[in-house]
Write a protein that binds this ligand. Structure first.
Ligand SMILES: Cc1cc2nc3c(=O)[nH]c(=O)nc-3n(C[C@H](O)[C@H](O)[C@H](O)COP(=O)(O)OP(=O)(O)OC[C@H]3O[C@@H](n4cnc5c(N)ncnc54)[C@H](O)[C@@H]3O)c2cc1C
Length: 380
């Protein structure tokens, strides 16, 4: 069924971005997987072409385009390219709203131009070894000392943690009877801020994930973004967009896996005929195709709702868990259709399968998403 989400401008942007990926990412996918991170030169080049921070105003190097359909186009093309880095979704979908909406003019002038030039890859540090789903139990503290904050604690599983130039970190600043939290920017090179080594993951190998360790780390109080003590409120406001970004990637990944599987079953001959001649194979394809179509339309609608300010937390949580469950189901069934070839690293379906697994966990585990939706519906 024809999608109506995109205009000709979005499709022209898609084509330009795809050309960029074909030239600068596709030939390097294998190398980046081995290295555990994408080349810095790639990020600089993406920035030069306007693919980083385009929502920021022109005075900060952006294009002033706040239309999540462009973000969605980029996610779809990254998925189709086989590039398994989370660079664009992390920077454009997740980090941008923190830097655009929570910073004052001085902070914007300090950080946004470096972000749009590719000189400031940014990480978002919320999860801790003892606090993932239960973010309210974070222990990283930022004690006030004159005009400074002194940060102590550890963040874990942080995307771009090993390579980031700065991190936006959720810390306990103690307002509101000790419960207050704030987001604080910490720049690489600040004494007491240590970026860990990339963790060994089962997938997403071209995207580094690391610990961030703070020991007596001193930053100016002016590095707090948003109102001190409002950290959780800011996180709650931004999480629907992060979850929608994951949902967009999930549907794109399922659709891409199905395309690869279709090509395979049309060509692969068994028992004297292509696999696609088997009725059970066609039924599997019908199931997957129809599920993807249905969910694609829901996710597309969520993208429009985000742009019009109507996307609710439970809409986004529902999109996240449903799309990532579908992705896992489809990708696994598609791998099955490849038989033993699907288990071989040189077949893209193998990487798609291992990269898909994390989608049901990060951005809020799917069980937590279901709880959020259930509570919202019951309370209506
Ligand atoms: C590759 C990767 C990248 C990541 N990137 C970032 C990042 O950039 N920044 C960041 O801050 N974090 C990041 N994370 C962390 C991620 O968001 C957390 O791992 C996730 O929120 C789950 O937290 P946890 O691992 O502590 O699991 P736990 O909170 O210990 O939960 C474990 C499991 O328990 C179950 N569970 C938990 N709570 C409930 C509940 N209320 N109801 C029912 N079941 C429940 C779920 O099955 C869940 O998967 C990343 C993680 C990975 C692996």
């Amino acid at each position: 069924m024809r999608r109506t989400l995109y205009t000709d401008e979005h499709e022209a942007f898609r084509s330009a971005f795809r050309t960029f990926l074909d030239r600068e990412a596709v030939p390097n996918v294998e190398k980046w997987e081995q290295a555990g991170t994408v080349d810095r030169a790639f990020i600089t080049s993406a920035a030069k072409s306007g693919f980083l921070g385009f929502e920021f105003d022109a005075e900060y190097g952006g294009l002033g385009i706040a239309d999540f359909r462009y973000n969605a186009v980029m996610t779809e093309e990254v998925v189709a390219s086989g590039m398994a880095g989370d660079t664009f979704s992390m920077q454009n979908d997740i980090i941008v709203p923190y830097l655009r909406d929570l910073t004052d003019d001085d902070q914007k002038a300090r950080w946004l131009p470096k972000f749009t030039s590719g000189d400031c890859v940014t990480a978002l540090g919320m999860t801790e070894p003892g606090a993932g789903s239960d973010l309210a139990s974070i222990r990283t503290t930022a004690r006030r000392d004159g005009d400074d904050l002194v940060i102590d604690g550890t963040k874990t599983f942080i995307t771009s943690g090993a390579t980031c130039d700065m991190a936006i970190v959720l810390v306990r600043t103690g307002e509101r009877d000790g419960r207050g939290t704030s987001f604080v920017v910490v720049e690489a090179g600040t004494p007491g801020f240590e970026r860990g080594r990339p963790m060994h993951k089962i997938g997403r190998k071209a995207q580094d994930t690391a610990e961030l360790v703070f020991t007596n780390c001193r930053v100016p109080v002016s590095n707090i973004i948003d109102e001190p003590g409002r950290g959780f409120g800011s996180a709650v406001a931004n999480l629907p967009r992060e979850r929608l970004s994951i949902a967009v990637a999930a549907v794109a990944s399922a659709a891409h896996a199905l395309t690869l599987a279709l090509n395979h079953v049309r060509d692969r001959v068994a028992f004297g005929a292509p696999l696609s001649d088997l009725q059970s194979v066609r039924m599997a394809i019908a199931d997957m195709h129809t599920d993807i179509q249905v969910l694609q339309h829901y996710v597309d609608r969520c993208v429009l709702a985000l742009d019009s300010g109507e996307l609710t937390a439970d809409d986004a949580a529902g999109a996240k868990y449903k799309a990532t469950e579908l992705q896992w189901d489809v990708v696994d069934r598609c791998l099955q259709l490849f038989g033993g070839y699907g288990y071989m690293e040189e077949y893209p379906i193998a990487r798609i399968w291992r990269d898909a697994r994390i989608q049901r966990i990060y951005g809020g585990a799917n069980e937590v998403m279901k709880d959020l939706v259930g509570r919202a519906v019951v309370a209506r």
